[in-house]
Design a protein. Structure first.
Length: 402
């Protein structure tokens, strides 16, 4: 078994050979029409038989070619490798001169295996490929090999075979650490403000460090004096709540357009929720979903401990983004938000900020609310509709590197 990566020059050469064959065939037709004779007819039949023989060969190879692929688990997490197995076997009596595997590459990729990699298989030979697959975005979509492209011995004619049975992956959102998000200057500004507020909380006593305590709570002076890790005991007023709103409006019908941004919004909500939970600040997450009756309803999830965060993650795994929601979820959220007496700050995770949205949320800062908006970096200009607000632009791809 031999394999190699197919480059553009090889595909270009195949097209050139097909054009050359077409020129020869036209020439043979002209010779037969004008001159006739045994040589002309022999040349014509020889050139005409090339594609017939080539496709008979390709169908014979395809008929005895076997391919199987599998994942260690159909359920996976975005950005994390999952075991992937590919087996290609030639059970026929003819050698397969060129078999190229074409992969679904928009939302996933296979380590050490590029799309259109070419395999050469002798009769009875098999190729087993054990590697990892990484899915980029949360969602349910097809992965792995989508089709095979067979080429004849002359490298001239090809036969494309779409696999009737495909791999479907169910991808859950990953939970990025807050430190992963510090690639934007605006995010650094926000995090510095949050850290300053945490340290400004009044503290009176310390206790022994316990597993699970945030490193931000360690009292380093007391630790140095006693030689043991000490954690601050906060005796100030109960911290007021942080409210997060997730925009579940779908802005496009094309999966390639809506999957990346929806995945990124979920990552950000999870990262921010975990950040505040670890710093013992209660978090309330709002988002709009279609109810049992089909009408929209606002879902509210409170996160104060790790168990609550796990419940939130399970809910967000199954969340549905809606193309044309029945009602304006942002309007309903603002109405509910104003009824909350313990809110101190509100962070909106939006796909875009329209003039209508700006009008809806414009009154929140007047109520004494610290309002922050997270927008895609290419929609940052939308925030100019609201002045004196901290806007955190985020890149859709995040830090996932292929």
């Amino acid at each position: 078994m031999k394999w190699k990566r197919t480059d553009t020059s090889e595909e270009f050469g195949s097209r050139v050979r097909r054009i050359l064959w077409l020129v020869l065939w036209i020439t043979s037709v002209i010779c037969v029409s004008n001159k006739g004779g045994a040589v002309s007819y022999g040349f014509f039949f020889f050139v005409s038989s090339i594609p017939v023989v080539s496709y008979l060969y390709l169908f014979a190879v395809l008929f005895r070619l076997r391919i199987s692929q599998s994942l260690s688990s159909r359920v996976m997490t975005a950005g994390e490798p999952m075991g992937y197995s590919l087996i290609l076997r030639n059970e026929g009596f003819l050698a397969a001169s060129s078999v190229r595997v074409v992969l679904f590459s928009d939302f996933s990729y296979v380590e050490k295996l590029l799309s259109r990699t070419k395999f050469e298989l002798l009769p009875g030979e098999a190729c087993r490929y054990e590697t990892n697959m990484i899915c980029k975005y949360r969602g349910t979509y097809m992965v792995g090999v989508s089709k095979l492209i067979l080429t004849d011995y002359l490298g001239t004619f090809t036969l494309t075979y779409k696999l009737p049975s495909l791999l479907e992956a169910i991808v859950n959102p990953r939970i990025p650490a807050a430190d992963e998000l510090k690639y934007d200057e605006e995010f650094s500004v926000w995090q510095k403000q949050e850290n300053r507020q945490l340290w400004d909380e009044p503290d009176m006593l310390v206790r022994e460090y316990e597993s699970g305590d945030s490193l931000r709570r360690i009292h380093w002076n007391a630790t140095a004096a006693t030689g043991k890790l000490k954690t601050r005991i906060f005796t100030g007023e109960q911290p007021t709540g942080v409210v997060l709103y997730l925009d579940t409006r779908r802005e496009s019908e094309e999966m390639a357009e809506y999957l990346p941004i929806e995945n990124r919004l979920l990552e950000l909500v999870l990262a921010f929720s975990q950040y505040y939970m670890e710093n013992r600040q209660p978090v309330t997450v709002f988002y709009e979903q279609a109810g049992a009756s089909g009408m929209g309803e606002t879902v509210q999830k409170d996160v104060t401990r790790f168990g609550d965060f796990e419940d939130l993650y399970e809910e967000l795994k199954e969340i549905h983004f809606q193309r044309n929601p029945e009602r304006d979820g942002l309007q309903e959220f603002v109405t509910q938000c104003r009824r909350m007496s313990d809110r101190r700050k509100v962070i909106l995770f939006l796909q875009k900020l329209t003039e209508q949205d700006a009008g809806i949320i414009g009154g929140l800062p007047e109520d004494g609310t610290e309002l922050t908006i997270c927008l895609p970096s290419d929609r940052k200009e939308d925030a100019k509709r609201l002045s004196d607000l901290l806007v955190i632009p985020f890149t859709v791809e995040g830090r996932l590197i292929e």
